[in-house]
Design a protein around this ligand. Sequence first.
Ligand code: NDP
Ligand code: MG
Length: 377
Amino acid sequence: MSVGVAVLGSTGSIGRSTLQVISRQRERFRVVAITGHSNKDLLAAQQKEWRPAFVGLVNGGARDTGNGIRRGAQCLVEAATHPDVRIVVNGIVGAAGLEATLAALRAGKRVALANKETLVMAGDLVTQAAREGGGEIVPVDSEHSAVLQCVTGRLPTELARLILTASGGPFRTWGPERVSQATVAEALKHPTWTMGRKITVDSATLVNKALEVIEAHYLFAVADEDIDVVIHPQSVIHGFAEFVDGSVLAQVGFPTMELPILYALTYPERVPDSGVRRFDPVAAGALTFEELQLDRFPAYAVGREAARRGGTAPAMFNAANEVAVQLFLDEKIPFGKISGVLERVLERARPGDATTLAGALAADAEARRLAQEAACS
Ligand code: NDP
Ligand code: MG
């Protein structure tokens, strides 16, 4: 009997890759539920192709249209807790993915998590929901999938340090002056990955890597000072795990999200026929590593500071970043202002308790307000 999968954000980059992965694994997995936000045409095409039991569209009011598509934000939780679903792939972008993750974990399901923002926003709550509900979080993010592959079968006490790799994004070799004036088109030109717009901008500021440090802290219970980041422009080594004896394991492969998605579905097993390009060290060529320069990536530095402070600081950092990135994409603020907005919000942030949903949501809302203010000033 195949395993039922819900794909939240099926119309996005992760969602489409997930369906691609499942199309090669039809004996193992079946698509039970899909959800989109605004892209109704693609959602309708996916509905026709996959014939899932449940189809949800967030945008468009709370009513059920004749074609079997559930409308409104509550469709996410409905899809995530559908009785025929065992694995929920959360490919939603931003804080909007939180409730569905919590509901799926409380219902004892596996969440294959791409939606890192919600682990940053409410990591304590999400890990607690998993413990209490018997659900599990398996990362889809390539760096975290790499670490998981390195630590699977080891004891947590054997793990000493994590090193996450970062491509450095499109502005790795640019001077600060030029970066601060970068256009939307330039920020969206990622050197090694094709992804949604928000995460692509996050990769240009390196906020993505700060979010990933916080994500790794919650996934692997490693203190954030024991999580390092190194620039690796080729994106071939995805992550390293260092053990207490000094041994280091790394996971290697040409950049593709299909492998981490497949591994999150089959974990801890591995299955054949992934369809991915075989690794070839000669074709990969020289692998290089550089130190991350904080003065080049000030927004990343703010994120690390938020991680260090803990409490609601990561939630506020994340929310402020969502606002700042949207304003940049709408050409309301220059690229160089994103880090300034984040800094201002964190300066003003009052320390708070992120272990309740009310606390996390309040911090998120407060940071969005402060970010709007900071962007206008
Ligand atoms: P995309 O922008 O390509 O897709 C986002 C998806 O979420 C779409 O299906 C979109 O629907 C839906 N969506 C947008 N807003 C909402 C909302 N308010 N409520 C519900 N659904 C919504 O993003 P990506 O696929 O690139 O990224 C998704 C997540 O995965 C992010 O958290 C990102 O950081 C993470 N991730 C992505 C990677 C990648 O390679 N793309 C790699 C690692 C992590 P619609 O299009 O119909 O409007
Ligand atoms: Mg990543």
